[in-house]
Design a protein around this ligand. Structure first.
Ligand code: PEP
Ligand code: MG
Length: 540
């Protein structure tokens, strides 16, 4: 691939680059659930019955193969889930039901659909835990029907070799489940601060979103992905792909070689912190954790985590992190649904009950979490602080601070994600010890622009003067109160924006661990006065 242009022999596409780095490999698409064609007349019922049985066997074998791979890779819990699913697909009653339906004249796909539906209805009728398992059968049903129709298996692909994953969009749970074979992500939809983008960055995976044209690129095409510029090169040779991977490795190694605390060229300290979703995201190099998104631990859960399970998950992070850890209490709702909370559907979820507001509908969840965090902090002796998401008024900040301190957590802060909070930063800082500005949501709510919306990316640009003005006001309030004010939204990890934030007066930057080396390098190249000049220009 020529160094000057990011295009392959097959041309190029572009989208929004949301997670830095380059990678190249064969494109594999995530298939959606198969759509069932109209029933077709059946000439040979025995052959249909045999096709249905073969489809179930193929699904069982595939699940068992993935379970074995998960077990070898140390994923015991994942292996158990996959084995349990394989047992359901292999259930003789299910097989007999499908055979009976096929012998009765249904084609294989409809016979399987009906057999699974019967199973699901029976489980749903039992209620409770078993009724919840009924929903799990959907995935098995889609897999079996796809196998019977000769369509690609729905869900995350597992081609058995490294690949570039392409999808219409990915749920946070899909992104969290990505295996080590995924080299890069391309989605047709999605915005710059969507949770797909955040999770890709946490994994250090190059990612491009909002690229509808990728829908027309055939599976297997070797593509190069530039997660910074958003460009996708099509039709590379295997040699060109290997060269891209090698250059990316060398660039990451070069950046990782620089270590130490964040400083401008003239030595002004700026703490460089990590945004994580679990202990698996921790990497050496940051000076602490500035945002531990605890909701990412429980995205897939239909049952609430017990206090012991919560304490264990937090303690794992506290034990392994270097430096202080700022834990954010659950930020459920809108684009991060937590099924176990059972929150009601809302017509306007981003403006509804999310983040700290969940406490209004479900009292008890927050206090239980604060108790688990405090317990994990005591058990590990780590320097643990907490902050609440989506705080809107000083009264909410005061209530949160009182409850966190009562649980035994000394250092308490709030996130500034709502313009009303930024406008009352002085009053918030009378109640709490620090502020952490969530620019992803602060931009969304300041510009009334959905953070997931690819067509509104310009409004969500962190260099928008109105957003910078709110950040400046928070930083000034922090200076006056002698309390730290950091940024933990995605803007903090952008090497082009980070110096500007420092110029506005923020005292720490928290970002995906993969961004820390780039931001460290960007700050080290500028004096504080140069950062301030950048900020003045941007505000003007
Ligand atoms: C933010 O809104 O900037 C933030 C850090 O929180 P999240 O992205 O998890 O909503
Ligand atoms: Mg937020």
């Amino acid at each position: 691939m020529p160094e000057t242009g990011w295009a392959g022999p097959g041309g190029r596409l572009s989208g929004l680059g949301v997670s830095q780095g380059r990678a190249a490999g064969p494109l594999v698409r995530m298939a959606g659930p198969p759509s069932l064609p109209a029933p077709r007349p059946v000439a040979d019922p025995e052959a249909e019955a045999a096709t249905a049985v073969k489809a179930l066997e193929a699904v069982t074998a595939d699940l068992n193969r993935r379970a074995a791979a998960a077990r070898t890779g140390g994923g015991g819990e994942a292996a158990e889930i996959l084995e349990a699913l394989a047992m359901i697909a292999d259930d003789p009653m299910l097989r007999e039901e499908a055979e009976t339906r096929a012998r009765g004249g249904a084609d294989a796909a409809h016979a399987l659909e009906a057999a699974f539906n019967g199973h699901q209805d029976a489980l749903a009728a039992l209620g409770g835990y078993l009724a919840e398992r009924a929903a799990d059968l959907d995935d098995l049903k889609h897999r079996a029907v796809a196998a019977a129709l000769g369509l690609p298996v729905p869900g995350l692909p597992d081609p058995g070799h490294p690949y570039v994953l392409v999808a219409g969009d990915l749920s946070p749970a899909d992104t969290a489940g990505l295996g080590p074979d995924v080299l890069a992500l391309i989605t047709e939809r999605g915005g710059p601060t969507s949770h797909t983008a955040i999770l890709a960055r946490a994994r250090g995976l190059p990612a491009v979103v909002a690229c509808p044209a990728v829908a027309d690129v055939p599976d297997g095409t070797i593509v190069g992905v530039d997660g910074a510029s958003g460009e996708i090169a099509l039709g590379l040779t295997p040699e060109q792909a290997a060269e891209v991977m090698e250059r990316d490795r060398a660039e990451r190694a070069r950046l990782a070689a620089a270590t130490g605390p964040g400083r401008t060229a003239d030595g002004h300290p700026v703490r460089l912190l990590a945004n994580i979703g679990s202990a698996a995201d921790l990497r050496p190099g940051a000076e602490g954790v500035g945002l531990f998104r605890t909701e990412f631990l429980f995205l897939d859960r239909k049952q609430p985590p017990s206090p012991e399970e919560q304490t264990a998950a937090y303690a794992e992070v506290f034990e392994r992190a270097e430096g202080p850890v700022i834990v954010r209490t659950l930020d459920a709702g809108t684009d991060k649904p937590l099924p176990f909370l059972g929150l009601p559907e809302e017509p306007n979820p981003a403006l509804g009950v999310r983040g700290l507001r969940v406490d209004r509908l479900l009292p008890g969840v927050l206090d239980a979490q604060l108790a688990a965090i405090a317990e994990a902090a005591r058990a590990t002796g780590a320097d643990v602080r907490v902050m609440a998401p989506m705080v809107t008024t000083p009264a909410e900040a005061a209530d949160f601070a009182r409850r966190a301190r009562a649980a035994g957590i000394a250092q308490v802060g709030v996130m500034v994600e709502v313009p009303a909070a930024a406008l009352r930063a002085v009053q918030l800082l009378r109640e709490v010890d620090f502020l952490s500005i969530g620019t992803n949501d602060l931009a969304q709510y300041t510009f009334a622009a959905d953070r997931q919306h690819p067509a509104l990316a310009d409004l969500l640009d962190p260099r928008q003067p109105a957003l910078l003005g709110l950040i400046e006001a928070c930083a000034a309030a922090g200076r006056a109160a002698g309390k730290p004010v950091g940024v933990c939204g995605e803007a903090a990890g952008d090497p082009a924006v980070a110096p500007l934030l420092v110029g506005l007066g923020v005292t720490s930057l928290s970002m995906a661990p993969s961004c820390v080396p780039l931001v460290r390098e960007a700050l080290a190249g500028l004096t504080l006065e140069e950062c301030r000049e950048l900020a003045r220009e941007a505000l003007a």
